[in-house]
Design a protein around this ligand. Structure first.
Ligand code: HEC
Length: 101
């Protein structure tokens, strides 16, 4: 009786761990980190701090629209993004350099 009970607990714990592992791997495939070679510098940091508050950077990496970056930034402003003129310049430079379009 006691044996069967602890086996049930062990099974429960195993299932919990499997669930966590599946959850973690699903999460990591969803959030794509920016490749190392595309990071670096002040412009990158400005981009990270301004542009990943509402969505993650994969939105930018996977952008397949036709707007040039300055217009995308204008569009984000209309969604409520707060970007100073200096930051806009830095982000434009960064995006143009990193994801030319
Ligand atoms: C205030 C919140 C907010 C901030 C800050 C923000 N965005 Fe967005 N962004 C959005 C929303 C909301 C959408 C989704 C719009 C849609 O699905 O049509 C979006 C979507 C996007 C897309 C995809 C557009 C498309 O048509 O697929 C790109 C690219 C993008 N954002 C770039 C940026 C960049 C670059 C910055 C930094 C300057 C930024 N975002 C900051 C709210 C924000």
């Amino acid at each position: 009786m006691a044996k069967g009970f602890s086996k049930k607990i062990a099974t429960g714990i195993t299932m919990m761990m499997v669930g966590t592992a599946i959850g973690l791997s699903a999460m990591s495939s969803y959030a794509q980190p920016i490749p190392k070679e595309k990071q670096g510098g002040k412009e990158y940091l400005t981009f990270q701090s301004v542009c990943t508050t509402c969505h993650d950077a994969s939105r930018v990496q996977n952008y397949s629209g036709t707007l040039p970056w300055p217009e995308v930034i204008t569009q984000m402003r209309s969604f409520g993004a707060f970007v100073t003129d200096d930051q806009t310049k830095e982000i434009e430079d960064y995006l143009q350099k990193t994801y030319p379009r």
